[in-house]
Ligand binder design. Structure first.
Ligand SMILES: Cc1ncc(COP(=O)(O)O)c(C=O)c1O
Length: 479
């Protein structure tokens, strides 16, 4: 396959040069109808913000340049087929679940899934069986699924249609993708991977195993995260066992009929870039992250963790490009360090929670930016250090699924103050960072433990999300 080609970009270039007079949408007509926007984004950008037409193919029914680009992407990722997705990995997650699960089906998944997965369960009508993901005792982050816990879930639920795996988690933790895939397939279950944070696994050297290499059936890959493409652009990959024609129909249930060619072109060029230079790019990224870790750890204040955590179980592997830093040693929360970096040092980190800071290191970083981050962290430790406060460990409540997320979502509901919601069925997701695990998903019993955990999470300053009440005082419950 000729990975130097970028068929969508080539077709857009040809269109631009042809100076076709547009009597189609979008109505800005190559930017002329919106000078301020054109000034802001640039003429070149607006000149390729065009709609599907014969020379540019159609994302919903690709027969020419998009089809070729899909084949090149599949080749680059080692997948049987690759689909261009323009609504984030969220849309790819939705397509995977909607394609694999019908209402009433069961799916096995880790408790620390992204909210897009819970939301896709609402759409599909499937019932979740959660595998508890242990929380690291000092880092306070949710880990991966242990193979024995997956095996136990499969034994209890032989009717399950699929096993869902995070590869990796937000913080860089990987489960044993190969063993889980083997086990699930032995039980005729599909394997669906969330690789929103794992695009680089396909190109870098000595990275954790990618889902397609492990033999998984489908994977949602956020190319816009570590792959360098424009925000929202993603790939849905599938293996040989999946009919691409049928999967495309499922994707088309929710994918726009007006796919942005800016996003499609960015996917095409990012795939080309990584296929040709990915190994070098990600060894550079890995070296920068390793260097940053070494320097950060020299201070003795923070703990920038890496593969030394791997234990063959819940931390089967670690994504070394993730610069996850435990901040407890400087007596500051990750959120505080995150805010200080931005407010005092003009550095925008990806994420801060009560115990960790996550700095995203990727294809666009330069060594001098890394130096600046390392220097700022050292200075924060000097200027703002407090006596380290030991964060108490607190057990996550066990999920007690009473009804499917879809039933709960569409049921008649009322809002109750959280302390008065005991014994009721939650109608919404309640998510806390850290550890990045839902405390409650729609359809689950609100237990004393869940109420206590919400109180604990609020007291610790965790970020609570998913509830209609942004203040997290009231929860929606099924009537
Ligand atoms: C693990 C995980 N899965 C899925 C998604 C959804 O991806 P997107 O924002 O591209 O829709 C995210 C987004 O942050 C994520 O972290």
């Amino acid at each position: 396959m000729n990975q130097t080609r970028a068929p969508i970009v080539e077709a857009l270039d040809a269109l631009r040069k042809a100076r076709v007079v547009p009597f189609d949408v979008p109505g800005h007509k190559r930017g002329k109808g919106n000078p301020e926007l054109t000034e802001f984004l640039g003429e070149r950008c607006l000149s390729v913000d065009v709609n599907s037409m014969r020379p540019l193919d159609n994302l919903g029914h690709p027969v020419s340049v998009i089809r070729e680009a899909e084949m090149l992407a599949a080749g680059a990722f080692g997948a049987a087929h690759a689909f261009f997705i323009v609504n984030g990995a969220t849309a790819a997650v939705q397509a995977m679940l909607l394609h694999s699960l019908r209402a009433g089906d069961t799916v096995i998944l880790p408790r620390n899934v992204h909210k897009s997965v819970i939301n896709a369960l609402i759409l599909s009508g499937a019932t979740p069986v959660y595998v508890d993901t242990p929380v690291h005792p000092s880092l306070h982050i949710a880990l991966g699924m242990r193979i024995e816990d997956v095996a136990a879930a499969i034994k209890l639920h032989p009717e399950a249609k699929a096993v869902f795996v995070n590869n990796p988690t937000y913080y860089g933790i990987c489960s044993d993708m190969a063993a889980i895939t083997r086990l699930a397939h032995e039980h005729n279950m599909l394997v669906l991977a969330d690789e929103a944070h794992g695009a680089h696994f396909y190109f870098g050297h000595n990275m954790p195993l990618s889902a397609m290499e492990a033999g998984a059936d489908m994977s949602a890959v956020s190319m816009h995260k570590s792959g360098g493409s424009l925000t929202q652009s993603s790939f849905l990959l599938c293996g040989e066992a999946i009919s691409p024609e049928a999967l495309r129909q499922t994707i088309n249930l929710t994918q726009t009929t007006s796919a942005s060619y800016l996003l499609l072109a960015s996917l095409d060029l990012s795939r080309k870039n990584l296929a040709l230079k990915g190994k070098a790019i990600f060894s550079h990224v890995r070296d920068m992250a390793n260097y940053a870790r070494e320097e950060i750890n020299k201070s003795g204040a923070y703990y920038a963790y890496s593969r030394e955590l791997a234990d063959g179980g819940a931390i089967y592997d670690f994504d070394v490009t993730k610069l996850s830093v435990a901040t407890g040693g400087v007596g500051l929360t990750g959120v505080e360090v995150y805010d200080l970096l931005r407010d005092e040092y003009d550095i925008q980190a990806e994420f801060g929670d009560t115990s960790n800071l996550l700095a995203y290191v990727s294809v666009g970083d330069r060594p001098r930016d890394i130096e600046r981050l390392v220097g700022a962290l050292a200075e924060i430790a000097r200027r703002f250090r407090r006596p380290p406060a030991e964060l108490p460990a607190y057990p996550m409540p066990k999920a007690n699924v009473i009804m499917s997320p879809r039933e709960a979502y569409y049921a008649a509901k009322e809002s109750l103050p959280i302390p008065q919601s005991r014994g009721r069925v939650s109608g919404e997701i309640v998510m806390a960072y850290p550890p990045g695990i839902p405390i409650l998903a729609p359809g689950e019993e609100i237990t004393d433990e869940a109420i206590a955990y919400i109180r604990f999470a609020k007291e610790r300053g965790c970020m609570l999300s998913g509830m209609r009440d942004f203040g997290a005082e009231c929860v929606r419950v099924v009537k």
